[in-house]
Design a binder for this molecule. Structure first.
Ligand code: CA
Length: 457
């Protein structure tokens, strides 16, 4: 078993054992010391608090605390950095709790309960989980209204392929390998098997888009299923799993651990695509509008910090720590430098802008939650017939986006914090272009759906 896998197991054990960062802060508070921004890191000696901002009375948050969930992957960096570098505290949110979630289903269940019931108020999400939770679609009918407030990151994901398929032409464009994949049952006695970690969200969308662009129908030609990451990696090692749609640090580990190769990075499929988001329960935001903006300001400043190449080494030190990713620094350093070994004879990718970005990318804002991106996720859900009877058409999708996406709050927070130069002028990033030449015009999602060959509608 690799060192990474060992650490992964150990991390899971720590979660199970209930090691609580909150209790450390509580004890320190009892001893008369204010909670320190670095107090629950245990492994970030370089982290230093930034000075507290002069907060005008009309911007002072109603509360200083909130509980936000995160999944230990690169997408979570702005939340961790805002906490550890003191950016939340700078804007008056001195008691933000960042709570590691065992998986996406746990995060969903915990936000449905809410922090008052022992769960979480919000946090990090794949898309369109906040919309689906709002509509009660993935919560057994229980509607828990949520607001999308910021995007956390772009890039940082990819599709890994088992080493058993080396030399078959399974790269970004798989048209030449489509027959090999499609004819798998006759050559191997089973369908080509691919996995993601949570259904009907980012990883599921990315691998479906990539497969369909190459002429593979993901619902007919292969088995595409939800499997936990550790189990998927084991399956790729022993030859029972063929492909894995995943996020960093896996795309880096896949090749270095000799598990497989990378067919593509998601940034190659859709440059600077929307990835994961900050969303919080609407009841919490409605009750605490100033605290919401204070949180956003902290996250925005953390995102700006994360994007400075000279801060990436410290970022790696902080996020790899015991309470966060709990993995060796070497595992996470290359993706944060934009370095990916692709394997299978493909040249490595070495481009800072191809790794995770948090505040800005070469074509727009990363942090600002463009409504046009929410609309793509719901349009793509219609494409694959994910929520038939619940999300039927583009008009309904737009209505859900208008209800859930609160880019207006992001704008106000950015304005108040003085980040005016980086506030987009439109709620749309404009026409999106995919690697296969397909375009998504947010003004006309129906034309996008019509232009696609493989779909359920
Ligand atoms: Ca992701």
């Amino acid at each position: 078993m690799s060192q990474f896998s060992n650490n992964y197991s150990r991390r899971k054990f720590l979660i199970t054992a209930g090691v609580s960062a909150a209790s450390t802060i509580f004890l320190k508070g009892c001893l008369g010391n204010p909670p320190e921004p670095t107090s629950n890191a245990g492994s970030s000696p370089t982290a230093t608090a930034v000075p507290v901002a002069n907060i005008s009375p009309e911007q002072a948050p109603e509360v200083t605390k909130i509980k936000l969930g995160f999944i230990p992957i690169v997408e979570a960096a702005p939340l961790i950095i805002a906490k550890e570098k003191g950016f939340f505290a700078k804007y008056g949110m001195s008691d933000v709790e960042i709570s590691k979630q065992a998986n996406w289903a746990s995060a969903r269940d915990n936000v449905t309960i809410g922090a008052d019931g022992g769960g979480i108020d919000g946090g990090q999400w794949q898309m369109p989980m906040p919309h689906l939770i709002t509509e009660g679609i993935i919560t057994g009918g229980k509607k828990v209204p949520m607001y999308v407030l910021a995007q956390l990151n772009t890039n940082g994901n990819g599709v890994a392929i088992s080493n058993t398929h080396q030399g078959k032409g399974i790269g970004l464009n798989i048209q030449g390998a489509a027959e090999y994949i499609r004819s798998f049952p006759s050559t191997s006695g089973r369908k080509f098997k691919a996995a993601y970690t949570f259904p009907n969200a980012n990883q599921d969308f990315w691998i479906r888009y990539w497969l369909a662009a190459g002429g593979i129908d993901p619902d007919v030609d292969i088995d595409l299923i939800a499997v936990p990451p550790a189990e998927t990696v084991q399956g790729m090692r022993n030859g029972t799993m063929d492909a894995f749609s995943t996020g960093d640090p896996w795309p880096y580990r896949i090749v270095s651990d000799n598990i497989g190769f990378m067919s593509c990075l998601t940034t190659e499929v859709w440059p600077y695509h929307p990835e994961e988001y900050l969303a919080i329960r609407a009841d919490w935001v409605d009750k605490h509008p100033k605290a919401t903006k204070a949180l956003l300001k902290g996250i925005m400043e953390a995102q700006q910090w994360c994007d400075k190449p000279e801060n990436r080494a410290e970022l790696v030190t902080i996020v790899s720590g015991r309470n966060y990713f709990n993995i060796p620094k070497e595992v996470i350093t290359p993706p944060f430098q934009g370095n990916y070994q692709m394997g299978d004879g493909k040249p490595p990718i070495q481009d800072f802008n191809k790794g995770p970005l948090y505040w800005k990318d070469p074509i727009g804002s990363v942090s600002y939650p463009y409504k046009s991106h929410d609309l793509w996720f719901l349009t793509e859900s219609i494409r694959w017939g994910f929520h038939q009877g619940q999300i039927q058409d583009v008009a309904q999708a737009k209505a859900i986006v208008d209800k859930v996406n609160r880019e207006d709050i992001w704008r106000e927070a950015a304005q108040e914090a003085g980040f005016t130069a980086d506030i987009p002028t439109s709620t749309s990033r404009g026409v999106e272009k995919f690697f296969d030449g397909i375009t998504f015009d947010p003004q006309n999602p129906e034309a996008y759906l019509q232009s696609l060959t493989i779909k359920k509608v």
